[in-house]
Design a protein around this ligand. Sequence first.
Ligand code: ADP
Length: 522
Amino acid sequence: MKLRPTRRPLGLRARLTLSYALFFALLLLGVGWLFRQTLRNIQLRDAEALVAQDWAAAKGHLAIRKNTIYWTHDREDQEVERVIKNLQTVFLLAESDGHPLLMSESYRSLAVEESEVLQWLNASTPQDRLRRGRDGVLYLVRSGPHLADQQRYVLSIGRSLEANERVLSQFTQTYFTGIPLMLLGVAGLGWLMAGRALAPVKDVARAAGALSGENLGVRLAKRGAADELDELVSAFNNMADRLESSFTQVRQFSVDASHELRTPLTAVRSQLEVALITAKTPEQYREAIMTAIEDVEQLSLVVKALLHLAQAESGQVVLTREPVAMRELVGRVAEQFQFPAEAEGIHLETELEDCTVVGDRVQLQRMISNLLSNALKYTARQGGVTVTLRRSEGGSVDLSVSDTGVGIAAEHIPHIFDRFYRVHEASRSGERGLGLGLSFVSWIAKVHAARIAVSSEPGRGTRFTISFPAPDPSLLAQQQQQQAGADSAAATARMYSGKEWDSQLPAASGKELSSTTSPDAS
Ligand code: ADP
C-alpha cells in the first residue's frame, strides 16, 4: 500500500499573516479601482466642460450665407482665434440631408454614418458621446442641430481624450504594479506582528512542556497588557501553583503515611521478636499475639481511613444533594453521644433551631459525629460540650460544637485539618487519635461549600463553627412537597439503613469511642 505523505497544516502565525495579506490585497485592489474611477470621472467632467466651451464658441462664431461658411470673430483676438482653430480639429458641419459640408481629418476617422448625422438634426439638445476613432484615440463628441441662414444644419465637435487616457493608464500601471510590493511589505509586517502577538502562547507551550514532577517551579512573567494573553499566562501560572501544591501535598502525604504506618509495624515486629525470645508459656505467647493484633487493628484503621479519605478527595464518593433537616440530624447524633458523655461525667447539651441544609445526609452526620467525638475526647471529666444550630440573618446555617476542654494553641490551628496532624499526642483517655478526623470534616465542609471557623483558648476550650450557605429556595419547596405527600417513616428508615451511619455510632467503652474519631474507624 502506498502511503500518502501527510501534509503539515500551516501554523497559526502563517495563517494570520496570510489572512492579513489577503485582506490588504483586497483593500488595495478596491481602493485602486475607486481611485481610477474617480480620476476617470473628473477627467470626463473636465472634457465635457471644454467641449461645451468649444460648442458655444462655434455656435457664436459660425455663420453660413448662401452655402458659404464664415467664421465671424475678431482675428486680432489671439485667444478666440486659437479656440476657433482648435475646435476645427474634430469638426463636422453637415447639411439637412446628412451631406457633410465641412469635415476635419480626425472627424473622418470616427466613421460616423449618415443616418446617425440625420438623428442629430432633429435633437432638441446637443448630445455628448464617447467614440473611438480608427486611429485608436478616444474622442468626446458633442453633436446637435445648428440654425443658420434660415436652414437647419448638423454641427458636431469633438475633443481627443488621448492625454487623459495616458494619465489614467499610467496611474493604473504604477498603482497595480506597486501592489505586489506593498503586499510583500504588509506580509512582512504581518509576520512580525503575528510573531510578537503569539510569543506568549509559545512561551506558555514551552513552559507547559518543561513542567514536570521534578520541575514544578516554572512560572511565566506577565506582560502587563491586561489582555487575553496575560489572562492565559496567569491561568498557566495558577495551574502550575495548584499542581505544585498538590504535588507537595502528595509528597508530604506519602512521607506522613509511611511514617504513620512504620511506627505500629515496628512495634508489632519488636513485640513478636521479644515474645519469640522471652515467652515460655502459651499464656505469654497468647498475650504477645493479642497485643500484636491490637496494633495491627490500629494499622488497619489507619489504612482504611486513608483509603476512604483518598477516595473522597479524588471524587470517587458519590454524594447526594437533598434538603436535610439539620435539627433532627444533629439532635439524633448528640443523643447517641449522650451515653458515652455521661460515662465520662461530661455535660452534653444542645440548642437547636429548625434549619435546613442542602447536601449529603450521611456525610453531614459524619461531620457532626467527628466534631462531637473530638470535643468529648479533648474535654476533661466534669467539663461541658455544647452543640448549637442557628440560622443567621443572611440565611446561612451555623453549626457549632464548643467544649470546655484542653483547647488548641493559636499556632496549631492552621494545621489541625492536615492529615496526621495532632496537637495533643493523646486524648484524655490516653488514646492516640489517627489525626484524620478533621481532614474529613474539612473535606465534607468543602463539598458543601461551607466555611469552618475555629476559636480556641488553651486550657479553656474550643469552638468549631461550620457555616453552610443559605439553601436554594427551589430545593426547599421540593422538600416541603415531599414532606406533605411522602411518608416520613420511609425517609427515617433510609436515614438509619446506611451501613456508614451504623459505623458511626459511638460505643460505650473509651477505646471504641476513640475509634470513632475517624469516620472509617469501624
Ligand atoms: P485526632 O484523631 O488526633 O483527634 P483530628 O484530625 O480529629 O485527629 O484532630 C487533629 C488534632 O486537633 C487532634 O489531634 C487534637 O490535638 C486537635 N483537636 C481536635 N479537636 C479538638 C478539640 N475539640 N479540642 C482540642 N483539641 C482538638
